[in-house]
Design a protein around this ligand. Structure first.
Ligand SMILES: Cc1cc2nc3c(=O)[nH]c(=O)nc-3n(C[C@H](O)[C@H](O)[C@H](O)COP(=O)(O)O)c2cc1C
Length: 382
């Protein structure tokens, strides 16, 4: 039996179960992976004030987000091809999130379509949209998200082009011999091959079927990413999106305070302070470092979510102390899913809650309304 005490344990289990190209695709980041590393290191180095004897017998980890009471200030981030990590993986992860009343974000490039997920589970779904050249297709996707009763639109703006990920070239995720290498790697991981390789079909990108057809595979995914993002997008194009979608609009991938102000100006309800988990601009600030300035610029005007590097309930509290109202979990859920399916994601969320409770107890906080920079130790922002 494998003991799971932390999200790091899930990552180790996932690594032993997955073919290399899938492990590396998720674990890796852009270029030299400097920002990937900083996300973890900077967040971990945020020290909180230890407080004692403050009667913290009743801790409340809940918060309000877009008119919904959530038991934790947490949602699951959009992760492309999550369904390659476990059989119909997005459905399993969404079920685990919904069992706890937490939102699950469906990626544009999920394996399971928004309709498949909405049918298989009930609970808050958010839909993530990339900037796609074909605006008509974007419009169709937004209409499908509405029909599936998605409660928020997460518009990802930090991927006008996919960045270079050296690991993917080395692992066989991309490159000339990719298909052959992936086949061999999959054959070497029989548990994964049975569960996902055979049992998890079809392996096509559900939301993109109208443009890619039913034969889409890993190469189509990588090619589509490269060909369909639109670097010509500007802030005023977001007014078009605003017009299509009247629910909460969340702009994901903001690190700069000027951009945060622009997002608030176009009427977004929320932003996600994120560097895409270190997968886009290598050398960008970690989210933990970028967050305080963004919070100073737009705190109170928009809901501030943050991600990149969050691996524990303590990290969640750190992000809140730096200025976030809520947090997206990325790799944390993907590793739990890959390791143990829906049960794994359930366990991961339990861990996050327990860790948050301990962290709140030891910092002397009873409710999340009391969380702000006053709980940071002196010098924590340097
Ligand atoms: C394998 C993988 C796939 C991702 N796919 C998407 C995606 O389709 N859309 C998106 O907006 N972000 C995507 N992201 C970024 C995540 O939503 C999130 O910002 C990131 O994982 C946060 O960093 P963390 O994993 O260190 O917590 C992806 C991240 C990973 C690791």
């Amino acid at each position: 039996m494998s003991v799971v005490a932390s999200t790091g344990d899930f990552e180790r289990l996932a690594r032993s179960r997955l073919p290399r190209f899938l492990y590396d695709y998720a674990a890796g980041g852009a270029y030299d992976e400097a920002t990937l590393g900083r996300n973890i290191d900077d967040l971990r180095s945020v020290s909180l004030r230890q407080r004692v004897l403050r009667d913290v017998a009743d801790i409340d980890t809940s918060t309000e987000m877009f008119g919904r009471r959530l038991p934790l200030p947490v949602a699951l981030a959009p992760i492309g091809i999550g369904g390659m990590y476990r059989r119909r993986g997005e459905v399993q992860a969404a079920r685990a999130a919904h069992a706890r009343g937490l939102p699950f974000t469906v990626s544009t490039v999920a394996l399971c379509s928004i309709e498949e997920i909405a049918q298989a589970t009930s609970g808050p779904l958010w839909f993530q949209l990339y900037v796609i050249r074909d605006r008509g297709f974007m419009q169709d996707l937004i209409a499908r998200a509405k029909a599936a009763k998605a409660e928020a639109l997460v518009f990802t703006v930090d991927m006008p082009v996919p960045s270079a990920r050296w690991r993917d070239a080395h692992s066989g995720m991309s490159g000339r011999w990719g298909p052959m290498r992936r086949l061999l790697q999959g054959a070497g991981k029989p548990l994964w091959a049975l569960d996902v390789g055979l049992g998890g079909r079809p392996h096509r990108l559900g939301n993109l079927e109208p443009v890619l057809g039913t034969s889409s595979g890993m190469d189509d995914y990588m090619a589509w990413l490269g060909a369909n993002f639109d670097p010509s997008i500007q802030w005023r194009d977001l007014e078009w999106i605003r017009h299509q979608w009247d629910g909460p609009l969340i702009i994901k991938g903001v690190l700069d305070r000027e951009d945060a102000r622009a997002a608030a100006d176009i009427g977004a309800q929320a932003i996600v302070v994120s560097n895409h988990g270190g997968r886009q601009l290598d050398g960008a600030l970690s989210s933990a470092r970028a967050l305080p300035a963004v919070a100073d610029a737009v705190g109170g005007r928009v809901t501030i979510l943050a991600d990149s590097g969050v691996r524990s309930g303590l990290d969640v509290l750190r992000m809140l102390a730096l200025g976030a109202d809520g947090v997206l979990l990325g790799r944390a859920w993907l590793w739990a899913l890959a390791a143990q399916g829906e049960t794994g994601v359930t366990t991961m969320l339990e861990l996050i809650e327990k860790e948050m409770r301990v962290a709140m107890t030891l910092t002397g906080i009873k409710t999340l309304t009391g969380v702000n920079r006053s709980i940071l130790a002196d010098g924590a922002l340097q």
